[in-house]
Design a protein around this ligand. Structure first.
Ligand code: BGC
Length: 528
């Protein structure tokens, strides 16, 4: 009984009521406007220099790379038009040591090396031809940029953009911490390492994963009005949406195509309400923030995204485990355990280690509807080395895990609702009741059972959306934001290059890294 009562009390603290949702939507809208007005606000509202979404007819061969969490991915993408594409990609884990390297160069040299390996493996002909020509032909102008692959660089951290391929790192998130890189132009850092290896690649566009998601979802759903929001609910969380330039009050320096009157804004909503005006703040949220690498920052992300949910759960169940008045994962003897054994937790179990509980266990818990919770108990055994967990303990574990997951989904609905209200699309007479498309990606929306359904349920109670509005909101899994989405932005950037005649597009990027060899490469690589 004591366990049940204690579990209920913990679950209650993760409850996020309809009133809480509505109050948070209002505050979210306020903080969005604040970020559109000036720099240095909690939600950064970063202009991306992308001024339109695709319609599915775009064509060409582009490269895309993605650094955003545990892996680095390199791809080449052939856009076929008609909303279809072919993609070739390789993925490597980013060594943990490089996530906290001393210098930015160490990390970016590793990234460039992976690009080289990819080109050798998948585009060997073009690559060798290029290298050979560079070795044998000399020209005072250096090699011709138009023969290089245009590459979209998905870099999923907060960056102050100054142009489509220019932006300085504001801060690291998601466990990365290389102070040397903060304040530096991440495109220049990558281009410089690419040039050191003489690769035929030009960093044409800097892409946040949410912007890629928005673009990919618009490309993959031709015929719709284009997605209004691209959002990630994965290791981290964030969203990008299409904003009217008239609402963007802070100055936007540098070149962009002003003809559409719109620009994609990277909200960086992971830092919504760092001041905790409305966010819930349980003892476990407080403990997690304290031990994180960035206390006081990314406060919304710390309650919503996959990197943190497992740790919130771990902290909460540790309190139960330590409670002397309660028997949780410890049996007096085998008679108190329905498995007729006693529970045993291995010393090396992740429950004893900070960040030791992977959020995937929340998905297992949420998806287990068996009467004996056999799936969850197997999960506890396999991943956390909690052997022979008793049914009532597994039930408590599930109740707490589900409460944390449900709160995350309802908080996710806050961001989605606020952005949709901000765009005014629901009341736009031109749309005549048509669907409003939201493209989402990330482990939570992909693998957490009913995450999208829980978001939808919360959207229905938001003032200004209601049952009718919620029916029109289509939350769809986006195709491949960091692949096809980044390629589409590289295409936009290539278009901007053509328009800017005489522009020494790479000049600034390359200032630090002199081209060592010169050659002409006649192969047409980028735009057939
Ligand atoms: C980063 C965002 C990113 C999001 C999802 C956050 O931690 O700040 O830039 O879009 O994670 O990957």
């Amino acid at each position: 009984m004591a366990l049940e009562a204690e579990t209920k009390s913990i679950v209650k603290q993760f409850e996020y009521t309809d009133d809480d949702v509505n109050q948070a939507v209002k505050e979210f809208l306020r903080q969005m406007s604040e970020g559109l007005g000036k720099d240095g606000t909690s939600m950064s509202q970063i202009p991306t220099y992308v001024t339109g979404v695709p319609n599915g007819t775009e064509k060409g061969l582009y490269m895309a790379v993605d650094l955003g969490g545990t892996n680095f991915r390199v791809c080449s993408v052939k856009l076929n038009g008609g909303g279809t594409f072919n993609i070739t990609s390789d993925k490597v884990a980013v060594p943990k040591a490089l996530m906290v390297a001393k210098t930015a160069e160490e990390l970016f040299a590793f990234l460039a090396l992976q690009i080289k390996k990819f080109l050798e493996k998948h585009h060997g002909d073009h690559f060798e031809q290029h290298i050979r020509r560079r070795m044998t032909v000399s020209s005072p102008d250096g090699f011709r940029d138009e023969h290089a692959f245009r590459m979209g660089f998905t870099f999923s951290f907060p960056v102050q953009q100054m142009g489509i391929n220019k932006g300085t790192l504001i801060r690291w998130t998601k466990g990365f911490d290389i102070p040397d890189a903060v304040g530096k132009d991440v495109c220049a850092l990558l281009q410089s390492e690419i040039d050191k290896l003489h690769l035929p690649v030009k960093v044409a566009a800097l892409v946040n994963d949410t912007v890629g998601t928005l673009m990919a979802h618009s490309y993959g759903a031709p015929g719709s009005n284009g997605a209004v929001l691209g959002a990630i609910f994965g290791t981290g969380t964030n969203g990008a949406y299409v904003e009217k330039m008239s609402k963007l009050k802070k100055p936007v320096v540098g070149e962009y195509d002003a003809s559409t009157g719109e620009m994609v804004i990277n909200t960086e909503w992971g830092s919504f309400d760092n001041q905790l005006n409305v966010l819930p703040n349980t003892p476990w949220d407080i403990a997690l923030d304290k031990q994180s690498v960035n206390p006081g920052l990314q406060m919304y992300e710390k309650r919503v995204s996959g990197m943190f949910l497992g740790e919130i759960l771990r902290l909460a169940i540790n309190d139960l485990m330590k409670n002397p008045d309660i028997s949780f994962f410890k049996d007096e003897n085998s008679s108190t355990n329905d498995l007729r054994s006693t529970t045993d937790i291995a010393e090396a179990s992740g429950v004893y280690k900070m960040w030791g509980v992977d959020s995937a266990i929340l998905s297992v818990a949420a998806g287990d509807h068996t009467p004996g919770l056999s799936l969850l108990r197997k999960g506890l055994d396999d991943t956390l080395h909690i052997h022979a967990a008793a049914l009532e303990d597994a039930q408590s574990f599930k109740a707490i895990a589900d409460a944390i997951g449900r709160r995350a989904a309802r908080l996710s609905a806050v961001a989605i609702a606020a952005v949709i209200l901000q765009t005014g699309k629901l009341s736009d007479p031109e749309l005549k009741g048509e669907p409003i498309d939201v493209g989402v990606d990330g482990s939570l929306v992909e693998h957490y059972p009913y995450f999208r359904e829980m978001i939808h349920e919360a959207l229905r109670i938001v003032d200004g959306i209601g049952e009718e509005g919620a029916k029109r909101i289509r939350i769809g899994l986006a195709e491949d934001g960091s692949g096809v989405g980044a390629a589409l932005i590289a295409l936009v950037a290539a278009g901007m290059e053509k328009n800017a005649s005489n522009a020494d597009y790479l000049g600034e990027l390359r200032s630090g890294a002199k081209a060592a060899a010169a050659s002409e490469d006649n192969e047409k690589a980028t735009s057939d």
